[in-house]
Design a protein. Structure first.
Length: 161
């Protein structure tokens, strides 16, 4: 083999290695760009949660009394829709430590299935309500139960206590 052929083969091999390295770099760089654009597209398509809507969490009412009255109406309607007979409702006075809290004691009577339906409806409806305490008492000579529940809500700030 002559020195010219050897030089030609060496240069060809070096050129082939350089082309292979360049192609490998181009493929890797293109893949990296594809991943970056995929990430950007995923971020752009990501469902951004809606801003907190006070109507989802705060009971309407410019004062404690109005918010309590609205809550009483809402609970009475939910009880009737669940097939319960409503009883008394006691709205607690404003708590100086938490003036936006509206707490009431709610009484109703009915079958266990209807009470379960009411409690589920209370805790899954909006604006949010919290069932803090429940007491069930069987009624004499009946399959009905008496429900006494303590319900807590938060009223919109800005009104008077």
């Amino acid at each position: 083999m002559t020195p010219d052929i050897r030089r030609f083969l060496s240069l060809s091999a070096a050129g082939s290695v350089l082309v292979a390295v360049f192609i490998g770099f181009a493929v890797t760089f293109t893949g990296w760009l594809g991943v970056q654009s995929g990430i950007e597209a995923a971020i752009a398509d990501q469902a951004v949660p809606l801003a907190a809507d006070p109507a989802r969490y705060l009971s309407p009412g410019e004062s404690h009394a109005v918010a309590g009255s609205n809550l009483q109406t809402r609970l009475n309607e939910a009880a009737r829709n669940s097939g319960l007979t409503t009883g008394r409702v006691n709205i607690s006075p404003v708590d100086a430590g938490d003036p936006l809290a509206v707490v009431l004691e709610f009484q109703a009577e009915g079958e266990m299935e209807d009470i379960a339906r009411l409690l589920h409806g209370i805790e899954t409806s909006l604006p949010a309500l919290i069932v803090e305490n429940v007491r069930l008492t069987p009624l004499r000579n009946s399959s009905r139960l008496q429900l006494i529940a303590t319900i807590r809500a938060r009223r919109e700030p800005g009104g008077r206590p």
